[in-house]
Structures are given as C-alpha cells and as structure tokens.
Design a binder for this molecule. Structure first.
Ligand SMILES: Nc1ncnc2c1ncn2[C@@H]1O[C@H](COP(=O)(O)OP(=O)(O)OP(=O)(O)O)[C@@H](O)[C@H]1O
Ligand SMILES: [Mg+2]
Length: 261
C-alpha cells in the first residue's frame, strides 16, 4: 500500500483536482485505489458523486479513528472500476479536537489506513488546506506528500513552510514532491519560477499542470477529467505525465507492474 497525500497549507491550489485525477489514472492502471476525502467541505466526494455525511457526529469520527475495526464499512463505490471513496464527513471539522484526545495523537490516520492495507494498492488523501494536528497525522501516514505549487512568490514561501515543517517533524521516510499547478505560460513570473525552483528544491517534479478551463469543467461534469475529455487534451496529458513521474518515484518499474496486477 502506498499512501499519497495531496497537501498544501494554501487553499485553492489544485490539491483536490490532483487527487481525483491521479486516483482515476491509478484505477485505470488496474491498481486498487481509494480516495479518502479528509476535507469537511467534501469536494472530492462531490466529484465522485458520493454524498458527504452532513450530519456526521463526532462519535462516528471517534470510532473511525479508533481503528478497532476495518474502515471498509465507511467506504463507498464510485462509477469507476477499482476506485473507491471514503467520503468526507462534516464532523471532520472537529478532527483536530478529537485527535487531541489520544495518547499518541499523530498516528491515528496511519492506524486507520493499516486496517485497509490488504485491500488497496494506492490511497490518495485529499487534505484540507491548513497546518494542524490533522496535517501531522497526514505526514505520519503518507509515503508521498504531493504539493501543488502555483508559480507565484507567495506560493514559494508556503512551500518553504511545508518543507521546514516536515523536516522538523523528523519524518525521514516521507517523500515531499512539489509540482507546478495552474501554470500560465503567458505570465513571465510563472515561466521564471518554474525554471528556478527545481534548482533549489531538487525533488520538484517536472510534469506541470497548466491553467486550463477543462479542469474547471470537472465541477459541472462531476467527474475526473480523463473520463470525459479525450486523451489528446493537454490537461489530460499533463495529469498523465504527473502520474507516470509519480510512479517512477514510488516504484522500480517491474514492481509497479505487479502492484497493478
Ligand atoms: N489547473 C487548473 N486550471 C484551472 N482551474 C483549476 C486547475 N486546477 C484546479 N482548478 C480549479 O480551481 C479551483 C480550486 O481547485 P481545487 O479544488 O483542486 O484546489 P484545492 O487546493 O483542493 O482547494 P481547497 O484548498 O479549497 O481544498 C476549482 O474550482 C478547480 O476546478
Ligand atoms: Mg480541496
């Protein structure tokens, strides 16, 4: 099981778009794929046409985080083969408080994911934009922290904060992989930053997601981009390139063929 979190402290940078589209590509590869929508706003659940639980009580959240039983009873199917969803729950807005009640408050998500490790090859965590106890749980649970970065000066500062925070947490095995999101090549600053950042942050991925109105169409379509746009679509190709690069980071080639069955 590989756990991939799309994470940034900043909101509206393309975390959910990446989680949904990469999960769709993973499932299309034949890998057993789960998206865990950790954002109480439930955007990923919306794209997969699964209703988030609006009256979800804290008791249910407490049970889920307790991880005494497998989390599979909370999981829903989607319209796509191999692709399942753990929907958002409105109670997630209290997750910090609930987590704080445990002795080791930073390893609860990891425990929950362990109950699913035989059932899935890839779990995508779609994270809310914040830095909190939930984020620390994500850092402990994830193998890869995929960080969408819009090429602007402020975004670079937030990336620095993410990298510092992860370094301070001493999580040596967590791979932090930034990638550029919503890139507009007509903007000089975007071109400059996409050239300079990879020299400073070496692990920056080379695949870039362009600013594309087709990605916004996922909203009205309520579906991953690749399910309604043709393979020749530049944004479809960009997510495909990102997924291929991510797999190269996570697996030696022969091993992935096995994981995806
Ligand atoms: N590459 C892109 N080009 C154009 N629009 C995009 C792109 N990526 C995402 N969007 C749009 O921008 C908005 C924010 O994207 P998304 O929800 O993926 O960001 P997020 O980081 O998950 O936001 P939040 O922090 O609110 O969870 C959405 O309306 C989405 O359709
Ligand atoms: Mg989101």
């Amino acid at each position: 099981l590989k756990v991939i979190a799309t994470y940034n402290i900043k909101g509206g940078v393309g975390k959910t778009a990446a989680a949904v589209n990469l999960a769709w590509l993973s499932a299309r590869d034949g890998a057993r794929t789960l998206v865990w929508d950790l954002d109480p706003q439930g955007a990923a659940s919306f794209y997969f046409r699964v209703d988030p639980r609006l009256q979800g009580g804290d008791k249910r959240l407490f049970k889920l985080l307790g991880a005494k039983r497998s989390a599979d009873r909370y999981i829903k199917g989607t319209d796509f083969d191999n692709l399942h969803l753990l929907p958002a729950d409105f109670a997630y807005r209290h997750m910090d408080l609930v987590l704080d009640g445990w002795k080791k408050p930073t390893n609860r998500l990891r425990k929950v994911l362990r109950t699913l490790s035989a059932d899935y090859d890839h779990v995508f965590l779609d994270c809310p934009p914040s830095i909190s106890l939930v984020s620390e749980n994500i850092f402990v649970a994830a193998d890869v922290l995929l960080v969408p970065v819009i090429p602007t000066t402020l975004s670079l500062r937030t990336l620095e904060q993410v990298l510092d925070f992860v370094n301070q947490s001493g999580l040596r095995s967590l791979q932090v992989l930034p990638f550029f999101s919503m890139v507009d090549r007509r903007k000089r600053l975007h071109c400059e930053i996409t050239e300079t950042l990879p020299r400073v942050v070496k692990q920056t991925l080379s695949a870039q997601i362009p600013y594309a109105s087709d990605i916004e169409r996922m909203g009205p379509r309520r579906a991953p981009l690749g399910s309604f746009a043709p393979p020749s679509n530049p944004a479809v190709q960009a997510y495909h390139a990102l997924w291929e690069e991510l797999k190269d980071e996570m697996y030696p080639p022969a091993q992935y063929a096995r994981a995806a069955g």
